[in-house]
Design a protein around this ligand. Structure first.
Ligand code: A3P
Length: 295
C-alpha cells in the first residue's frame, strides 16, 4: 500500500493515508489494552523515536542488541498505522506501543486499563521547525510551502496530526489524576539523559544498575541513534522518505528554532501560544541550558 498522496480525515484531523486508513484509525480506538502495556504518546517530532529507544534499552537492561537489529516501528508499533494490527498480535507482553492520537480519542480506552503511558512533549517552536523539515523529506506529507506558511498552519492546527496545542493540553490535563501517566519532555532528555532514563525506568518499575543506565545513555545519544539504521529511518525506501532532502535525525538540539524564526514569527507565535495555552500548567524550555548551569 503506497497511497502517498492520500489524506485521511478522521474526527476532523488529517492523517497521512500512506500510514493510516479509516479502518486502522477506528481500530486503534477500540484496541484492548493489556495492563502490562507501555504506551508512548506524542505529537510528531517531539522525541517519539528517542523514547522508543529509551524504553527498548531499559527493557533490555542497557543491552543494545535488540535496538540494533529490529526497526523502531516494529519494536514499538503505532496503534493507528494500518500495518500495526498483525504486528501487535505478535508482540509478547509487556508490549511497547506508540501513538500520535490525541487524548480525546484514546482517553476512554485507557481509563479502564493499568497500561503505563509515557507522554513526550517538546517546546512547540522546535517541534514546528523539526516538523517543517520533516515535510521536505517525507513524501507522505504535503508540500509544507514556506516556513511562514507552515507556521500559520501549525498555529491554526490544520497541519497533519492536528493541533499541537490540543494534543499537549489534552494529555497533560490528565497529569496527577492517574499514577499510570508519566510526562517526559524532549528538553529534559536533552539536558539530563541519565536522569530521564532513571525517571522512566523507575516509572516502569524496571530498576537498573548504574552500568546499565550508562549503557542506555550511550546507545540513546543523538550520534549513536543517527548511526543506527534501526532508529534513523534510512531503511525506509527513498520514494517514501527522500533521504537526499534531509535526515530524520536532523539536528537533535533544543533551541534550533532560533536559527529559523524571524522576530515577527516569534512574536506572532508567542501571542498565539499565550492565548491557546492559557490555563495550561506546562512550562517550556526554549534553549539549551548554559553548560555551567547544568552542573
Ligand atoms: P530535529 O528535527 O529537531 O533534529 P520524532 O521521533 O517524534 O519524530 O522526533 C524527531 C526529532 O527528535 C528530530 O528532531 C530528531 O533529530 C530528534 N531526536 C531523535 N533522537 C534523538 C536523540 N537521541 N537526541 C536528540 N534528538 C533526537
Amino acid at each position: 500500500m503506497s497511497r502517498l498522496e492520500v489524506t485521511e480525515m478522521f474526527q476532523g484531523i488529517k492523517y497521512p493515508g500512506h500510514l493510516h486508513t479509516q479502518e486502522s484509525l477506528q481500530r486503534a480506538l477500540t484496541l484492548p489494552f493489556q495492563d502490562t502495556d507501555i504506551l508512548i504518546v506524542s505529537y510528531p517530532k517531539s522525541g517519539t523515536t528517542w523514547m522508543q529507544q529509551i524504553v527498548t534499552l531499559i527493557s533490555n537492561k542497557g543491552e543494545p542488541h535488540v535496538s540494533q537489529t529490529v526497526p523502531n516501528w516494529a519494536l514499538a508499533p503505532w496503534l493507528e498505522h494500518h500495518y500495526a494490527d498483525q504486528l501487535i498480535q505478535t508482540l509478547k507482553p509487556p508490549r511497547v506501543l506508540t501513538t500520535h492520537l490525541p487524548h480525546h480519542m484514546l482517553g476512554h480506552a485507557l481509563r479502564t486499563s493499568k497500561a503505563k503511558v509515557i507522554y513526550v512533549s517538546r517546546n512547540p517552536k522546535d517541534t514546528a521547525v523539526s516538523f517543517y523539515h520533516f515535510h521536505k523529506l517525507a513524501n507522505f506529507l504535503p508540500d509544507a510551502g514556506s516556513l511562514q506558511e507552515f507556521l500559520d498552519q501549525f498555529l491554526e492546527g490544520t497541519v497533519h496530526f492536528g493541533s499541537w496545542f490540543d494534543h499537549v493540553k489534552g494529555w497533560t490535563s490528565e497529569l496527577g489524576k492517574t499514577p499510570n501517566l508519566l510526562h517526559v519532555t524532549y528538553e529534559e532528555m536533552s539536558m539530563d539523559l541519565h536522569g530521564a532514563i532513571k525517571k522512566v525506568s523507575t516509572f516502569l518499575q524496571r530498576p537498573l544498575a548504574e552500568d546499565e543506565v550508562l549503557s542506555c545513555v550511550r546507545h540513546c545519544s543523538f550520534s549513536s541513534m543517527k548511526e543506527n539504521k534501526m532508529s534513523n529511518y534510512t531503511l525506509v525506501p527513498g520514494e517514501i522518505m527522500d533521504h537526499s532532502k534531509g535526515a530524520f535525525m536532523r539536528r537533535g538540539k533544543v533551541g534550533d528554532w532560533k536559527n529559523f524564526f524571524t522576530q515577527d514569527h516569534n512574536q506572532h507565535f508567542d501571542e498565539v501560544l499565550q492565548e491557546k495555552m492559557h490555563g495550561c500548567s506546562v512550562e517550556f524550555v526554549w534553549e539549551e541550558a548554559d553548560p555551567k548551569e547544568r552542573l
